[in-house]
Ligand binder design. Structure first.
Ligand SMILES: NC(=O)c1ccc[n+]([C@@H]2O[C@H](COP(=O)([O-])OP(=O)(O)OC[C@H]3O[C@@H](n4cnc5c(N)ncnc54)[C@H](OP(=O)(O)O)[C@@H]3O)[C@@H](O)[C@H]2O)c1
Length: 95
């Protein structure tokens, strides 16, 4: 199964990618910077670009399932909690 992981460069995403690959799935690691592609490949994932606040449309193409593990983090303000954690998650559900 193709499983897209949003937030693939985060703490949980980095743990999850190799576990999905070891379990026989084809993980897609969605990150927001191409400099993170190699780390996704090293963990058995197919890297794709996707920014929940920007260009995201192609990130989930072909995916059978999605894990949303992105988060704006505790060091950003309430604005990012809304645009990433709320509306970003909503965007993924809609996609
Ligand atoms: N770890 C825990 O024990 C724990 C416990 C309870 C709840 N949570 C929640 O679970 C979520 C994931 O946890 P985590 O520890 O893996 O967090 P994390 O290490 O901060 O990872 C969050 C990931 O979200 C990505 N991200 C942020 N903004 C984005 C955007 N606009 N578009 C796409 N990706 C974006 C970040 O990308 P960059 O790498 O580019 O910054 C990062 O890779 C968070 O919401 C956290 O609050 C975690």
């Amino acid at each position: 199964m193709q499983v897209a992981v949003i937030g693939a460069n985060g703490g949980i995403g980095r743990e999850l990618l190799p576990r999905l690959a070891d379990a026989g799935h084809d993980p897609i690691g969605v990150v927001r910077d191409e400099s993170q592609f190699e780390a996704v490949r090293d963990r058995g994932g197919e890297p794709r670009l996707g920014d929940l606040e920007g260009d995201f449309d192609a990130a989930l193409a072909g995916a059978d399932a999605v894990v949303f593990t992105a988060g704006s983090g505790g060091s950003t303000g309430a604005d990012k909690t809304l645009t990433v954690d709320l509306w970003g998650a909503r965007r993924v559900v809609d996609a």
